[in-house]
Write a protein that binds this ligand. Structure first.
Ligand SMILES: [Ca+2]
Length: 404
């Protein structure tokens, strides 16, 4: 009497597994057929981490694999284990935290608190707050220079920048005047230069980290520049122009914007991206830039200055952070209160084991050599569906056995 239900169960399980697998294989066929040399492997969403309370700023520590997301309405920071993609701690910050920056060398995390007019300093080992440093009016952006152990903070309400000594956690005065409503800030540790987006002015201030003085003139960019990211390897600075739906590229050697089509006759040409970007981050190892806004993240190739992929399915993308060691991208989804975790290609060899994605590794490696056979979202979605069905099939079978 027990043999028949068992056989039926196994048959059901086989169908549950084989059908999605067939879908996966079918989904892969078109990718193999198209072999355009410019096609890159499409980044894949591998997890969404519920953090709650309107997350905004996000940054990853490539040494510890920890990810920090500032919860604007929660007054704390979600510390995410980048291996398990789970929240492991929520240290309190100040009121309405906005942006986050990591100094991986000292393993300290800095969070701006708009209403409290402070920067919270978090110890990366204990995930506890060390202190709050008073700064100016409604601090927004924050960037660190690990080479000098200096932290730069944009005081949006004052139109200036605070510099914090990371050794003493004391502010170095006087504050540096910049433009109107300074927002994003990023540093190039190699050149000791700091870049600040002046949101209302549509330009970028450049600060000499040696003298803490602004290098004039300011660099005109697009409309409402928000996030700023630096690739120290190429000495290129990327600015997310929220109101003009594009990204400006600045040459750090000349402090001038690059006309990406090299044609002055049609004016300054910028990298067009899908949706109004606010946050921006760069992976210096792959020279890829990620611009987050609206319901998506645009993936830009820094060698061609073009958008090569768009990751959708986010409700309200705000800021974005990168862990170059894992080649993973973290995006705060402000309205769904989650952090979306994206795996970009190539996947580092050692990541396969901890991410449980070994099946996509060989294809990803092939894709970097000009192929285009890496599985896209449909294939991975199929695999995920197969896993879910297998699991539910197993639960169903176990329940049947228990009921008898
Ligand atoms: Ca042009």
């Amino acid at each position: 009497m027990r043999a028949r239900p068992l056989l039926l169960s196994l048959a059901a399980l086989a169908i549950l597994v084989l059908v999605p697998l067939a879908a996966v294989l079918a989904a892969r066929q078109p990718a193999r057929a198209s072999s355009s040399a410019t096609v890159s492997a499409t980044p894949v969403v591998i997890a969404t981490v519920a953090v709650g309370a309107y997350p905004v700023g996000v940054a990853a520590n490539p040494v510890t694999y920890r990810v920090y997301a500032a919860k604007n309405a929660g007054g704390d920071v979600a510390v995410i284990d980048g291996v398990t993609n789970t929240v492991t701690a929520t240290p309190s910050t100040g009121t309405e935290p906005v942006a986050v920056a990591v100094n991986a060398t000292t393993n300290h995390i800095y969070v701006t608190n708009c209403v409290s007019r402070t920067v919270s300093v978090i110890d990366g080992i204990t995930s506890a707050k060390e202190t709050d440093v008073g700064v100016g009016s409604c601090p927004q952006g924050v960037g660190t220079n690990p080479s000098t152990n200096s932290i730069y903070v944009t005081n949006q309400g004052d139109g200036n920048v605070s510099v914090i000594n990371g050794e003493t956690n004391a502010e170095i005065l006087p504050r540096i005047p910049v433009g109107n409503q300074p927002y994003g800030v990023a540093t190039n540790p190699d050149t000791n230069t700091i870049y600040v987006a002046n949101r209302l002015d549509g330009n970028v201030s450049v600060i000499d980290g040696e003298t803490n003085a602004e290098i004039l003139p300011r660099i005109p960019v697009g409309s409402q520049p928000c996030g700023v990211a630096v690739n120290p390897t190429t000495n290129r600075i990327y600015v997310a122009n929220q109101a003009s739906n594009n990204v400006s590229v600045i040459n750090g050697a000349t402090n001038t914007e690059i006309d990406i089509d090299d044609d002055p006759s049609n004016g300054m040409t910028r990298i067009g991206v899908r949706t109004s970007p606010e946050g921006i981050a760069v992976n210096p190892s792959t020279n890829r830039i990620y611009a987050a806004g609206g319901n998506s993240v645009s993936v830009v190739d820094g060698t061609t200055n073009s958008e090569v992929a768009t990751v959708q399915g986010i409700y309200a993308a705000r800021f974005v952070g990168v862990n170059p060691a894992l080649n993973r991208v973290y995006v705060t989804d402000n309205s769904s209160h989650r952090v979306t975790v994206i795996q970009d290609f190539p996947i580092p060899a050692f990541v396969g084991g901890i991410a449980e994605l070994p099946s996509v590794e060989p294809d990803a490696a092939a894709a970097t050599e000009g192929g285009s056979s890496a599985p896209g979202p449909p294939a991975l979605a199929g695999l995920a569906a197969a896993g879910t069905l297998l699991l539910s099939g197993g639960v169903w079978y176990a329940r049947r056995r228990r009921l008898r």
